[in-house]
Each structure stands twice: as C-alpha cells, then as structure tokens.
Design a protein. Sequence first.
Length: 167
Amino acid sequence: MAFSPEFVQIVDENNEEIAGLSRRMMREQNLIHRASYVLVFNSRDELFVQQRSLGKDIYPGSFDIAAGGVVKAGESYEESAERELAEEFGVHGVSLLPCFDHYFEDENNRVWGRVFRCRHDGPFILQPEEVTGGRFMTLDRIMALSREQPFTPDGIDILRRLMDKRD
C-alpha cells in the first residue's frame, strides 16, 4: 500500500486560506497553517493533560493541554476538532464550545488555532501513535508542572490566555 501525504490548510498572517500543501512541506518551510485545539475538562473543572508520543513531528514527548492537530486542506476548524478528539482520545458526540482563535509562533511552528472546550469524564481510548498517557489536573497544577517538565509552547500560551480570562 502506497503512502499518501496528508495535505494541510496553509494560511497567511491574517488567517486567510492560501493553499493545501503536504505536512512535510509545511514543516520544512515553516509555513503558517491552521490547527484545532480541544480542551477536555471533567465535571470537577480539571483539564486533561496528555503526553505526546515520541514519534510526533513537533514537540515529541512533551505534555499537551489539548487534543488537536493540523486542519486538513478543505476541512473546517470544527471538523478538525471533532476528528482529532475522536482519533486521539476516542471521544465522540460531545458538544464543542468555541473559545477563541489564537496565533502562535516559534522557530519551528507558525499556527493559527481555534480553541474549543468540552466536558468529558472519560474513560478515554488513547491513540498510541499520538498519545502515551494522560490525566486530569487543575490549571494551577498544570502551570506549576510546566515550569518543571516540557510542555508544548503553543498549549501553554493558550492556557495562559484561558487563565487570564477567568481572573
């Protein structure tokens, strides 16, 4: 069976669609792309934190505050969020509440993301190619842990923004 490349939605600095290009080309050229982020809270308002697999193309082995990933070419943020939540955590049919759009940039990643939240107490069916484990934590505990352990920087940026909104 031949490998088929994944085409992702490339956008400009204003989040306007430009093209659908391969993930490989997007990473090699550090192109701005879209991603969905789904924050999964339990009934105690704790956030599910996952550890990314070592096979991930960016931030391998880091902790992450969201299920999510690149928006495929021709896909909406909402479709991406539902797909990623089902793929990574095995969660289907939950209501996704849009929170905000967020731009993040570092030396390896330039991304326009749409952040969603949902409520789910588990259990989860974690996809081993994407996620090695996870647990629910308070937002304050996550921030404290992020000073000791590697976290995805875009996720921590989103968490800071979320925490600023609650104050």
